[in-house]
Design a protein around this ligand. Structure first.
Ligand code: GDP
Length: 294
C-alpha cells in the first residue's frame, strides 16, 4: 500500500538528514520534492500545494528547536500535516436507532457488496443483530453475491428478486427488521459503471424514503483523482456521512486517501484492503500517516 509515495517521501526527507539545522535554503529543496512526491501520487495539486506550504512554515517556525535532528523534526511535521489532511481524529459510524439504517452507495465495481458483507460481519462481531438488504433491481447476480457473503458471515440477507422498486424493497426490509428484532439494516444499492442521472435519482429516492442513520459512499482508491471527483458528485447529490476507500491493497500511490477529505469535506471512515471478509479496518488518519512515512 502506498509504496511509491512512501519511497519518494522518504527520499525527499533524507536530504535534510545529516544537516545541522533547518534553513530556508535546505527546506525549500525538500519541500519541492515532497510536493512532487504528492502530485506524483495523484494528490490534487491544490491540496499538495497547501499542505507543503504549511509544512514549510512549520519547519521554519520550529527551526529554533536545534536539539532535535532536522530530519526527525521534519518527519514529525509531515506526519502531523498528513494526519490533519486525512481528517485528524478517526470518525466512527452512527449506529443508533431501532433499527439503525446504513445506506451503501457507489459505482458498480467499487466494492460496495464486498464492503456490505464486511460491515455486517464487523457489526455482528460487536454483538449486533444485522440484516443485509440486496437493493439492486438490475443485476440478479448482485443479489446472489450478497447472499453468498451473508451466508459466509452468518448474516441474514433480505431480497425481493421480482420487485423492481428499490424504494419499496428498502422500506419492506426495514419493516421486516423491526418485526424480527434486527438492530442494524445495511442497504446495498445498485451502482452503474459511471455516474448517471437514473442511478442518482434512484438512490436519492431510497435515501429520502428510508432516512438512514448513516450513508456511506464506497470508492475504489486505485482510481485516484477520479475517485475524488466521483465522491464530489455523489456528495453533492446525497450529502453522505462518510467514505469507504476500497482496494488499498493495490494502491501504490495514495492520492485518493490524501485528497478526499479536503476536497469533499467528509471523513474516510473505513478502509478495505482485500477481498476477504476480514480485510476491513476503521480508518485512523494518524496511523495511515505513520504508515505512509514508513
Ligand atoms: P460492487 O459492484 O460495488 O458491489 O463491487 P464488488 O463488491 O462486487 O467488488 C468488485 C470486485 O472488487 C470484486 O471482485 C471484489 O472481490 C473486489 N474487491 C472489493 N474490495 C476489495 C479490496 O479491498 N481489495 C481488493 N483487492 N479487491 C476488492
Amino acid at each position: 500500500m502506498f509504496e511509491n509515495l512512501q519511497d519518494k517521501l522518504n527520499k525527499a526527507i533524507k536530504t535534510l538528514k545529516g544537516q545541522g539545522r533547518i534553513t530556508e535554503i535546505n527546506v525549500a529543496a525538500t519541500i519541492k520534492e515532497v510536493r512532487r512526491a504528492l502530485t506524483d501520487a495523484d494528490v490534487n495539486y491544490k491540496v499538495a500545494k497547501d499542505i507543503t506550504d504549511r509544512i514549510r512554515d512549520k519547519a521554519l517556525d520550529r527551526k529554533v528547536l536545534i536539539s532535535v535532528e532536522p530530519g526527525q523534526l521534519f518527519v514529525k511535521i509531515v506526519q502531523e500535516e498528513l494526519t490533519e489532511l486525512m481528517g485528524g481524529e478517526a470518525q466512527s459510524i452512527n449506529i443508533k436507532g431501532d433499527p439503525a439504517v446504513i445506506l451503501i452507495a457507489g459505482l458498480q465495481g467499487s466494492g460496495k457488496t464486498t464492503f456490505s458483507g464486511k460491515l455486517a460481519s464487523y457489526l455482528k462481531k460487536q454483538g449486533r443483530n444485522v440484516l443485509l438488504v440486496a437493493d439492486d433491481i438490475y443485476r440478479p447476480a448482485a443479489i446472489d453475491q450478497l447472499k453468498v457473503l451473508g451466508e459466509q458471515v452468518g448474516v441474514e440477507v433480505y431480497s425481493e428478486p421480482e420487485n423492481k422498486n428499490a424504494v419499496e424493497i428498502a422500506q419492506n426490509a426495514i419493516s421486516q427488521a423491526r418485526k424480527t428484532g434486527k438492530k442494524v439494516v445495511i442497504v446495498d444499492t445498485a451502482g452503474r459503471l459511471a455516474v448517471d442521472e437514473a442511478m442518482m435519482r434512484e438512490i436519492e429516492a431510497v435515501k429520502r424514503a428510508i432516512n438512514p442513520t448513516e450513508t456511506l459512499f464506497v470508492v475504489d482508491s486505485m482510481t485516484g483523482q477520479d475517485a475524488v471527483n466521483t465522491a464530489k458528485t455523489f456528495n453533492d447529490r446525497l450529502n453522505f456521512d462518510g467514505v469507504v476507500l476500497t482496494k488499498l491493497d493495490g494502491d501504490a500511490r495514495g492520492g485518493a486517501a490524501l485528497s478526499i477529505k479536503t476536497v469533499v469535506n467528509k471523513p474516510i471512515k473505513f478502509i478495505s484492503t482485500g477481498e476477504k471478509m476480514e480485510a476491513l479496518d476503521v480508518f485512523y488518519p494518524d496511523r495511515m500517516a505513520s504508515r505512509i512515512l514508513g
